[in-house]
Design a protein around this ligand. Structure first.
Ligand code: FSO
Ligand code: SF4
Length: 540
């Protein structure tokens, strides 16, 4: 196997024996093949569009779901991935029959094998199949960005919102990663175009979420426990949460959020459920210990799943893109109501969760809420009470080097405000950093996709202050990344013209020296240093 798509890749170079995430070589192989056949399907779909034919939602949703399945910590179930490969080949066969002209299509578009040939084919089509290291780097950078974009599209699709332009771009771009005639410059341009569609994809999801559930508002979320049995719901899928809250109403079972589901509490629509109890635990990587203590069923709606200990494997349930062998999976197509009854029955027989924390944390600072506070924020900036903002969005992870972010937050000058989104916030959201004239010093917009809100807030401030360039704002970017959703967030920020983003705790292994150089020269991308050096750099 060879995988270097996430920040925790072995030795900062690539996982070759087994994933640091727990992904085994036989699963990695099927993920490689799933990406290959999805690229093949995309080539055919792209050809059909060029011929003026329509490509239906079935193919669009299949492509986005396949990409999502291969994101770090989403799916460890080889059999489930094999089924997806088969389905993709079936759909591709149908589309090929529809195409007027199949000449010039790459091998991936024409390949059909049965399951006995999957492993042999997988061995030929992994990341290292591209020999030139710069072309490989750009192809993977684009593919990872598209995986993140696909994840956000999938969540919007679950709320019955689609953007055909985004889907068509995803497929066109996947097809281009197989095109040997493209130069490094062509692929750099495609990388930036991916960022543009990243903004569109996040805008689509923002619209889907806020139309369905209202605009996030300032909310204090309980982090303790109640006395009833509970279900813990993790991941990013708000539609799954809604169905679970509906089906648990009146059952005597409470629902708690975990990790990236915390921001669900900020949406008005979920506040009407009295059994929506609070948030339990921290970022994804602490789940082994915390799921043990939760004592009730845990529903994973997306990554990040850590392969479970046997002690709670029978309480871990997956749905959507996630999968773990030996754990029960709950199906359900877009628009269908999923059936959580078995999980709820299991919860009723479980003891209530063990308390691991107590108190409350405050969030809900997405764009509309911040716009409502704009006068206050602008006054604070004008009076000098707020000297600067620092965007510390992104992901958390298990590496010790990420303690940098806790220390950085703790040592920040008292007149600096953190803007955050994603699970990165767990590094400092319980530190009690206080407020500036009633404005909390950690403004949590929501999930990693809500980085879109942070971009809108920055653009609004630029407009209010009458600036021509977003980079003239008193705003620094110190982003923590882990998996591929952070890649699309980064590309989206680059598309919006943001410069001098610091990315840590390490730069991606998939950036070749030359590609890294392009990002440094054109966008001022940099890594992180020591906390004290970086504080000096950002705040003088
Ligand atoms: Fe975190 Fe995992 Fe949201 Fe990611 S839980 S790391 S960037 O899946 O998607 O922030
Ligand atoms: Fe390694 Fe990350 Fe790939 Fe897992 S997702 S195999 S940890 S590079």
């Amino acid at each position: 196997m060879f995988c270097y798509q996430c920040q925790e890749t072995a030795g900062g170079k690539g996982c070759t024996v087994c994933g640091v995430c727990g992904k085994k070589p036989d699963v990695a192989a099927m993920q490689d093949l799933l990406i290959y056949v999805t690229k093949g399907l995309s080539c055919v779909a792209d050809r059909l569009r060029r011929e003026g034919q329509r490509v239906g939602k079935e193919a669009n949703h299949l492509v986005t779901m396949n990409l999502f399945v291969t994101i770090t910590n989403a799916n460890f179930d080889r059999q489930a991935i094999i089924e997806r490969i088969r389905e993709t080949l079936d759909v591709k066969r149908k589309l090929l029959n529809q195409a007027g002209d199949v000449s010039g299509l790459p091998q991936a578009a024409l390949w059909h094998g049965d399951v006995g040939e999957f492993d042999a084919q997988a061995a030929e089509v992994g990341v290292l199949a591209t020999g030139n290291e710069d072309i490989r780097s750009l192809r993977e950078l684009i593919t990872y960005g598209l995986k993140g974009l696909a994840a956000y599209s999938k969540h919007a699709n679950a709320l019955l919102q689609d953007n055909e332009d985004v889907d068509a771009f995803i497929q066109r771009a996947l097809a281009k990663t197989l095109d040997d005639s493209l130069t490094v410059n062509d692929l750099v341009a495609l990388t930036l175009e991916t960022g543009k569609y990243g903004v569109d994809g996040m805008a689509l999801l923002d619209k889907a979420n806020t139309e369905a559930y209202g605009h996030p508002e300032i909310t204090a979320v309980d982090i303790g426990v109640r006395k009833n049995p509970g279900i813990l719901i993790s991941g990013h899928d708000l539609r799954d949460l809604e169905m679970l809250l509906e089906q648990t109403a009146g059952t005597g079972v409470d629902v708690y959020t975990h990790s990236e589901m915390l921001p669900a509490h900020y949406y008005p629509a979920f506040k009407k459920y009295p059994h929506f109890a609070g948030n339990y635990g921290n970022a994804w990587w602490k789940q082994k210990e915390e799921f043990e203590k939760f004592r009730g069923p845990v529903l994973m709606t997306t990554n990040c799943v850590v392969p479970p200990a046997d002690s709670y494997r029978d309480r871990l349930w997956t749905t959507g893109a996630t999968g773990v062998p030996g754990c029960k999976h709950i199906g359900g197509a877009y628009g269908e109501t999923k059936d959580f009854s078995a999980l709820i029955e299991q919860a009723k027989k479980c003891p209530p969760p063990e308390e691991i924390e107590a108190g409350r944390i405050v969030g809900g600072f997405a764009h509309e809420q911040v716009f409502a506070l704009a006068d206050k924020v602008v006054d604070a900036v004008k009076s000098g009470a707020i000297r600067k903002f620092v965007v510390m969005a992104g992901c958390d992870g298990r590496m010790k080097s990420r303690e940098y972010y806790t220390e950085f937050a703790r040592k920040l000058p008292k007149d600096v405000v953190i803007l955050t989104a994603g699970c990165a916030k767990y590094k400092y959201n319980k530190l009690d950093l206080g407020d500036i004239g009633g404005i909390p010093r950690v403004l949590d917009a929501g999930q990693c996709n809500d980085s879109y809100s942070l971009a809108l807030i920055a653009l609004k401030l630029k407009e209010i202050f009458g600036l021509n360039d977003i980079n003239d704002l008193p705003l620094a970017f110190n982003i923590a990344w882990y998996e591929q959703k952070a890649v699309i967030v980064l590309l989206a920020l680059l598309h919006l013209g943001v410069k001098n983003i610091h990315l840590g705790p390490t730069l991606p292994a998939f950036l070749s020296p030359n590609v890294a150089d392009v990002l440094v020269k054109n966008f001022g991308i940099a890594g992180i240093g020591t906390v004290d050096d970086d504080l000096k750099l950002f705040f003088g």
